[in-house]
Design a protein around this ligand. Sequence first.
Ligand SMILES: NC(=O)c1ccc[n+]([C@@H]2O[C@H](COP(=O)([O-])OP(=O)(O)OC[C@H]3O[C@@H](n4cnc5c(N)ncnc54)[C@H](O)[C@@H]3O)[C@@H](O)[C@H]2O)c1
Ligand SMILES: [Zn+2]
Ligand SMILES: [Zn+2]
Length: 373
Amino acid sequence: MESTAAVLLTSPGEFQTTKVTLDEPRQGELMIRLVASGLCHSDDHYATGDLQPKVLPFCGGHEGAGVVEKVGPNTPGFEVGDHIVMTFMPACGRCFWCSQGKQELCDNGAQSESGGRPDDPNSYRMSVDGKPCGQMTGLGTFSQYTVVSTTSAYKVPKDVPLKYLCLLGCGVGTGYGSAINAADVRPGHTVIVMGMGGIGASAVQGAAHAGAANVIVVDPAEFKREMAAEFGATESFATIEEAAEKARHYTNGQGADSTIVTVGRLQPQNVTDALESVRKGGNVAVTAVGTFDPVPVDINLGMLSMMQKTIKGVIFGNWSPFVSVPRLLDLYRSGKLKLDEMVTREYTVEQVAQGYRDMHAGINVRGLIDFEK
Ligand SMILES: NC(=O)c1ccc[n+]([C@@H]2O[C@H](COP(=O)([O-])OP(=O)(O)OC[C@H]3O[C@@H](n4cnc5c(N)ncnc54)[C@H](O)[C@@H]3O)[C@@H](O)[C@H]2O)c1
Ligand SMILES: [Zn+2]
Ligand SMILES: [Zn+2]
């Protein structure tokens, strides 16, 4: 089966429109017809060369929603026509982490980074001219059709419009969970969110829902600062220095209760700044990604211990995708979670590279591919 997809042929490189060939779904797999896919910054790390795909060509996209087109043999629980949100972490349900309800750390997650199957990293379902084509996190949602493992497929009710639910597959679950889980935002807290993209806008919503008194956004892009209030930010600044000063103003000179780092490309200085901005007992949630190579970070180690600060890494908002998707879906259905409003511009699959140029220009909270456009 042929499909039109946005694929990297080189890294660094730009996403290009290419015909890919899809294999039939095997046992435990589904072929999905995409309805929508978010343009998360994580795919762009492979385009800029911050991160290297394990195999080229490489089909991007890990934040998708679509409809089941075909069900693999002996694959109970799914039918043609089911509505699916694809989650960038699979949940095998059986590994050490899944067994504790920590499915965001599922052992199969690392394997799906290969672009192959979550349970078999050397096995591919997509190809270009007979060569295996990697699928971002085993999904590859920048394609009209894709074949995914049921461990990455969450079935959602058909009475909720599917399009904007794609954002639950990565950005919203990650950002919202960064606030309520990793940063542990509580009523009355003062919270700083560094970076107002799809992840940051969701962290702002999570912090506001958790009852934060002050949600202070930092973003150098003016448009992002203008948009922040729509999601629950109480104010926004261009620099962390201004935000930290305001947080100290609210807390008798102490600093923010937590700072959530959701900048586009993580720099060591962001972690230094975030740690400086929080009070005694404060939390720093590091959600952004820059490189997988070790890099030195300036940290006042004495103050880290004496002030009992925490630096917490975040993967998928530190909650199970199969918990976060239904919870966030209920919040959306009840009108409390803003998803449609997060999407500034919509693109065709041929326009993915333009979508990422717009992301870098700071003019999208989130870009989205509408496959039905
Ligand atoms: N840990 C995870 O599970 C996970 C999941 C998804 C995405 N991510 C990562 O989260 C990060 C954010 O993703 P996104 O899709 O929201 O990106 P994005 O590019 O849409 O948004 C990032 C924002 O950060 C702003 N920014 C840049 N430098 C800044 C600085 N020094 N201070 C404050 N703001 C700054 C940009 O102007 C932009 O608005 C990326 O690094 C992405 O790879 C991590
Ligand atoms: Zn993502
Ligand atoms: Zn698992």
